[in-house]
Ligand binder design. Structure first.
Ligand code: ZN
Length: 443
């Protein structure tokens, strides 16, 4: 089914932080979907059965890795300001029915393909319904459709009344119940465990509730021990400083979103004996809160509570991002795609956001979205850089993203595991894009 490819005459950005793009290069991709040679075009003999693709003047870099997405929604703004009774009804009578589950899975598949066509060749999905993420991963593995590399978390692990509970989470109220929930997710084939240590903006009913502590350190530690003993990572949703402390002490591998740090927290990130690899990484998702926090209510249509919680969470998250840069804490990049105003096709906005608000440059944010994310997710032996032996997960652009990061918004070809998508096709949501473009005009 697969064929080999010779990608000729391109500029290569390796994703490893190397300063300049190499020019007039050829990348050979073998039938197994691996990169098996990278050479100056003039020095290379191409196997006759390989398909040659002329990329004169184009830029090739590793496919983006989005470390924090949800597939269940597409980023169109939504509000959860409906009564609990109505939500309960909708869940049981619409979503959790055979037709509801089928529609949901179709949407998730569409969102995964949208992300892939926009250049995201690997997605870490951190919280979905009914293990549909695991099903999609298996279908992609079985070549039922061309999709991104998918890392799946299944249901959140939460506490009674906690973030995502009860519909999107397995609920546990003690270390042993939490361990059981890890085992349930593992039995269903997840790649990682996602836990909610604090509340979140989407389901907070009052200002300040988004960061309220929900899980105890004992519960977090039990979850981490249970996951780590079989080598899988724990990602923690956390939106306050005290939440970050509890999550780090419990031994999580990534802090999702994040909050302002103190000295103890800084040193725990860098050296965390309970984490799988001895450190914890930060995965900020700035775009998820910025529009709701900064744009006028008349434009976003969110409630005042959501706006205020978004502002609190965003300001603290940005402070932590700057601290991570300053103190050399390992930091990747996620977007929280599916949340209001975060689509699956605009990961470049998160990179752009980091460049606007921190000292990071285009080379550094690209490295974070490729190599560093691969390391944090434990897949750097497979993907994340353009390197011989790695999967051919590549994206092609007309313009140089090192000069203008927005070049990433126009991907002309995508290759995932050596499968070439020659004409990527992304359906954009104009009203969302227009609103997001407006965000920076006020600054
Ligand atoms: Zn999320």
């Amino acid at each position: 089914m697969k064929t080999g490819y010779a990608l000729h005459n391109c500029h290569i950005i390796y994703g490893d932080g190397k300063k300049f793009a190499d020019t007039n290069m050829t990348i050979l991709v073998n039938e197994q979907g691996r990169i098996h040679q990278i050479e100056k075009t003039s020095n290379l003999v191409v196997p006759s059965h390989y398909e040659s693709i002329d990329l004169t003047g184009n830029y090739v870099m590793p496919g983006l890795i989005n470390a924090h997405v949800h597939l269940f929604a597409d980023g169109k703004p939504f509000t959860l300001s409906v009564s609990e009774k109505l939500l309960n009804f909708a869940f049981h009578h619409l979503l959790d029915t055979s037709i509801g589950r089928r529609i949901l899975k179709k949407r998730m598949k569409k969102n995964a393909i949208t992300a892939l066509h926009s250049g995201v060749t690997t997605m870490r999905s951190v919280g979905e319904f009914f293990y549909k993420d695991v099903e999609l991963r298996e279908e992609i593995h079985a070549h039922k459709f061309v999709g991104p590399n998918l890392l799946t978390a299944g249901y959140f692990l939460s506490v009674t009344g906690g973030h995502g509970a009860p519909y999107l989470a397995l609920v546990g109220d003690s270390p042993w119940e939490a361990r059981r929930n890890v085992r349930i997710n593992v039995k269903h084939g997840v790649d990682l465990i996602k836990i909610c240590v604090t509340g979140g903006v989407t389901d907070a009913k009052m200002v300040g509730e988004a960061g309220r502590l929900q899980m105890t350190e004992d519960e977090v530690a039990a979850i981490c021990e249970e996951a780590h003993k079989i080598g899988i990572r724990v990602a923690a949703h956390v939106e306050s400083t005290e939440g970050v402390r509890v999550a780090l002490k419990g031994g999580v591998d990534t802090i999702e979103h994040g909050a302002e740090m103190d000295e103890e927290i800084i040193s725990l990130y860098k050296c965390n004996p309970r984490a799988l690899k001895g450190y914890t990484a930060l995965i900020p998702t700035l775009q998820a809160d910025y529009p709701s926090a900064k744009l006028d209510l008349s434009l976003t249509k969110v409630s005042e509570t959501v706006q205020e919680n978004s502002r609190l969470v965003y300001d603290s998250m940005l402070a932590s991002v700057r601290q991570a840069v300053e103190h050399g804490i390992k930091m990747g990049i996620g977007t929280d795609a599916a949340m209001p105003f975060v689509t699956h096709y605009d990961m470049w906005r998160e990179l752009d956001h980091l460049m606007r608000k921190t000292s990071l440059d285009s080379l550094q944010v690209i490295e974070k979205a490729t190599k560093t994310n691969a390391e944090i997710l434990g897949i750097d032996h497979l993907t994340g850089t353009i390197e011989m032996g790695k999967r051919a997960d590549l994206i092609v652009m007309d313009h140089n993203p090192l000069e203008n990061i927005k070049a990433l918004s126009n991907i002309t070809m995508v290759m995932v595991n050596g499968q070439l998508i020659k004409n990527p096709n992304v359906n954009k949501m104009k009203e969302v894009d227009d609103l997001l473009d407006l965000v920076w005009s006020n600054e």
